[in-house]
Design a protein around this ligand. Structure first.
Ligand code: PHE
Length: 462
């Protein structure tokens, strides 16, 4: 049985607190911080967005992060195993649902990672000239001539294969020798590189206009429920909670460990990076508007694929020292995406390893190879952009929210494990995790998330 299989080998353990914290930060800091947060904040009240954002962080982000940590750490397993030990078959089902979400996300996340890595290389020669959008859609993705056919695009295929290889080699090497080692190198590099980018961006003409556009508060926006939903979604995606990730990573923490302090460090580091990214991205956009003699509100393509692969390349082409700036931006995007992708796939692989007792290398190369082929079929071909949008939308707006609600209801209302889990968290914590936490994860959380789910479904139907 799977329990026997896992008992046979001691579970891998991070080397100390720092390996865990850095790897968890690596998971949290990803595309969501760099390309999602700045635009979302800008569109949802600007400076005023920080209010719902901080409320969401304190009332749902950190409490659910603690819930993930408590389950993974106490029950020492990947999502399906830990949840089965806690809540039987239903629990295990929720765990596999989280694994499925991770499968979907991994497939498109790798594609974006591959694009970012290619653009890092392109930064040195800026091959798009003055038509960045035309280059991305036409020459790079080849969308213009063969939209819906299954024709492979070598420019995309090669970096995609390479990124899968890197990812699978890291995961195959194990939690300590692969995942932790990579994060210990990539995260410091990412922080230094991104800080350099922000400093450079702030020196550009027009930077102040960009910051004004981002931070000028529109307090009226706070009356709009959609703004609050946006804040909660941002926190969820950005902190990587309720995907099984933080649960899996926590399962590799030594038995007698303080889980709350690392949780706070990870949450604040993630939000700090996010705000830093907002500053860097909008200072750069301010420069872009200034260059064209328009205001920042007149710009388009301020989030996601548009921001990263159309707007930024166009800006880089117009900037003195553009190649250097481009390398910093795409280098950061690559590192941020790689360390997140690894955490997403670790959920999948750990789930299978724990369940079937198959070796890590076999799972990494076998199952990893299958996922890589699916991803190559979808994204090495010209239909990729549409697939990305669809998966992203489903996984994030519905999958993760549903997973969070069902998990907290099952664990806290059906299985009634709240006391046990808060006791576990409190045991070695410097502060007590008690009633307030329990209220937030078992009452407020499910209510807010349930509302979000209904709002999303209603929007889909209409
Ligand atoms: N938190 C990461 C980000 O901000 C993305 C992520 C999402 C990672 C889901 C894992 C799971 O981009």
């Amino acid at each position: 049985s799977s329990t026997a299989a896992t008992a046979a080998q001691p579970r891998a353990e991070w080397t100390g607190q720092i390996g865990f914290i850095i790897s968890a930060i690596g998971s949290a800091v990803g595309l969501g911080n760099i390309w999602r947060f700045p635009g979302v904040a800008y569109e949802n009240g600007g400076g005023a967005f920080l209010i719902p954002y901080i409320v969401a962080l304190l009332t749902a982000g950190i409490p659910i992060l603690f819930l993930d940590y408590a389950i993974g750490h106490r029950f020492r397993g990947s999502a399906p195993l830990a949840l089965r030990r806690l809540a039987g078959r239903l629990g295990e089902g929720i765990g596999w649902f989280q694994v499925m979400i991770c499968v979907f996300i991994a497939i498109y996340y790798t594609a974006v990672l591959a694009w970012a890595a290619s653009y890092f290389v392109f930064s040195f020669s800026l091959p798009w000239g003055d038509d960045a959008t035309g280059f991305f859609v036409g020459e790079y993705l080849k969308l213009s001539d063969a939209s819906f056919t299954m024709e492979f695009v070598p420019g995309v295929l090669i970096p995609l294969v390479l990124m899968w290889l890197v990812t699978l080699v890291v995961l195959g090497a194990g939690v300590v020798k692969g995942v932790q080692r990579l994060n210990m190198i990539a995260i410091p590099l990412l922080i230094v590189g991104f800080l350099a980018l922000v400093v450079r961006a702030l020196m550009l003409p027009g930077a102040a206009d960009g910051l004004n556009a981002l931070f000028t508060p529109d307090f009226a926006a706070l009356a709009d429920p959609a703004v609050w939903v946006a804040a909660y979604s941002q926190i969820f995606f950005s902190l990587s909670v309720a995907f099984g990730i933080m649960m899996t990573y926590a399962s590799y923490r030594k038995r007698r460990s303080n889980m709350t302090t690392p949780g706070l460090v990870v949450a604040f580091a993630n939000s700090s990076f996010e705000i830093l990214a907002g500053i860097g991205v909008f200072a750069t956009l301010g420069f872009f508007a200034f260059q064209q003699g328009i205001t920042v509100n007149e710009l388009e393509g301020l989030t996601g694929v548009g921001l990263a692969f159309m707007t930024f390349p166009a800006i880089v082409a117009e900037m003195p020292g553009g190649p250097f700036f481009g390398a910093l931006f795409f280098g950061s995007l690559t590192l941020a995406a790689l360390t997140s992708l690894i955490s997403i796939l670790e959920v999948v692989f750990a789930g299978v390893i724990d369940k079937f007792g198959i070796g890590r290398k076999a799972v990494s190369y076998g199952l990893g190879g299958v996922l890589a082929v699916v991803s190559l079929l979808l994204f090495g071909t010209t239909s990729g952009l549409i697939a990305l949008d669809t998966i992203d939308n489903w996984a994030n707006n519905i999958g993760i929210v549903a997973s969070a609600v069902v998990m907290s209801v099952t664990v806290l209302w059906i299985r009634r494990a709240g006391r046990e889990l808060s006791g576990h968290l409190s045991a070695l914590s410097t502060f007590k995790v008690g009633r307030i936490w329990l209220f937030l994860v078992s009452v407020l959380g499910p209510v807010v998330l349930g509302y979000m789910l209904i709002a999303t479904v209603v929007k889909l139907i209409n």
